[in-house]
Design a protein around this ligand. Structure first.
Ligand code: GN1
Ligand code: MG
Length: 360
């Protein structure tokens, strides 16, 4: 275990360090809360960046700096109040970088947002606010002057994710392919339809925009009244289809069960959450969305459980090399839960279409 105190001392924090404790439930980075002694000084969040996954840390932090700077500027122009709780602030090191390399790992420190909460599940009212907030997030970033890099190349590229699955199946490194045949067949049946976004993009019909690309409900901070303060976990902010943010929020928020629910009967797609979120999102994003983007929002709702299913299953077949797991079958349990969610989304496709038409 690294000496976390000495790592934090490389960043220009205010106040005296009191304690450092693990924070949150992310599957990728290691996160800690850094508490300072003085009540009038901020607390901080320390993160060890998963360098195996984010291989270009310089690009990663450049993206995040560009996005947070741009959003801060927008909030200032709008004369928003409480700006420090609405956009993340990363601390510089003595060399003026927003990360520090200890010879082995990359670390960063941001200001802790006080009196804010994250949730694993939300009600329709909160979902509506989240929809408005994501629409705004994309709208604010629509005119960002910087060209952002892909921090994980092909991150939400469905064709690429399917190729990874097929490669894993062919290599079968953990000998697990036989036991998952049924799921492989179900996924292959839907493969062509699910790769629709990539095709539309190649045909020049569907643009990429700056998206968050990890809009799980627990990556959002709410205040005491249920208003969204900001979105966190900005590592995956990059050019993508708007489907990424729409679909991934619903994948987590509209699931009546858990992402890794072992009890599949708990897992269904909650249309009330869908309606509230879609309404809020369309209100703030309608002005810049193309008809083809709006038309395909129900596709986005199916794409993300599908893609997550492909990714969890790939990791299971590969012997659990990507996601943190809590028990040996964890990635298989996650796969099954995401597949159950997908089936429920599919049943609701006509209702989703009808609802979206009614919002326009
Ligand atoms: C990962 O870091 P975390 O736990 O918020 C993953 C997402 C997945 C999600 C599934 C960089 O997000 O893409 O949707 O787990 N992030 C990365 O829970 O792969
Ligand atoms: Mg997270």
């Amino acid at each position: 275990m690294k000496d976390l105190h000495s790592i934090v001392s490389n960043f220009k924090i205010e106040g005296t360090l009191l304690e450092i404790k693990p924070l949150g439930a992310g599957l990728i980075n290691d996160t800690y809360k850094v508490t300072t002694q003085e009540a009038d000084k901020p607390n901080y969040v320390l993160q060890r960046i998963n360098h195996a996954i984010f291989q270009d840390v310089e690009m990663l932090q450049a993206n995040i700096d560009a996005v947070t700077t741009h959003i801060r500027k927008k909030l200032e122009e709008q004369q928003a109040t409480d700006i420090d709780r609405k956009v993340l602030h990363f601390l510089p090191t003595a060399e003026g970088k927003t990360y520090w390399y200890d010879g082995e790992s990359y670390w960063r420190v941001m200001t802790f947002i006080p009196n804010a909460k994250t949730y694993e599940t939300v009600n329709p009212e909160f979902s509506y606010y989240a929809g408005v907030a994501f629409g705004n997030f994309q709208a604010m970033l629509a005119d960002i002057p910087n060209e952002l890099g892909e921090t994980i190349p092909n991150f939400h590229n469905m064709e690429f994710r399917l190729q990874q699955l097929r490669d894993a199946v062919a290599a079968n490194p953990a000998g697990r392919v036989d036991e998952v045949k049924e799921y492989l067949d179900e996924l292959e049946k839907r493969a062509e339809e699910m790769c629709k976004a990539e095709r539309l993009h190649r045909e020049g019909k569907l643009p990429k925009r700056v998206c968050h690309c990890d809009t799980k409900v627990n990556n959002m901070m709410f205040d005491e009244q249920g208003n969204v303060l900001c979105v966190i976990d900005l590592d995956t902010v990059m050019p993508s289809f708007i489907f990424s943010d729409f679909g991934d929020f619903l994948r987590s928020a509209a699931n009546t069960g858990l992402e890794d629910d072992p009890e599949l009967s708990n897992v269904t797609f909650n249309m009330e959450i869908f309606k509230a979120f879609a309404k809020g999102y369309l209100e703030s994003a309608k002005s810049f969305l193309l008809p083809i983007e709006i038309e395909n929002l129900p596709y986005a709702a199916a794409l993300f459980p599908y893609m997550q299913c492909v990714r969890f299953l790939t990791d299971y077949i590969n012997g659990d090399t990507y996601y943190k797991i809590k028990y040996p079958e964890h990635n298989l349990v996650r796969t099954k839960a995401q597949f159950k969610l997908l089936q429920s989304v599919e049943e609701h496709t006509p209702d989703m279409k009808e609802f979206i038409a009614s919002c326009l």
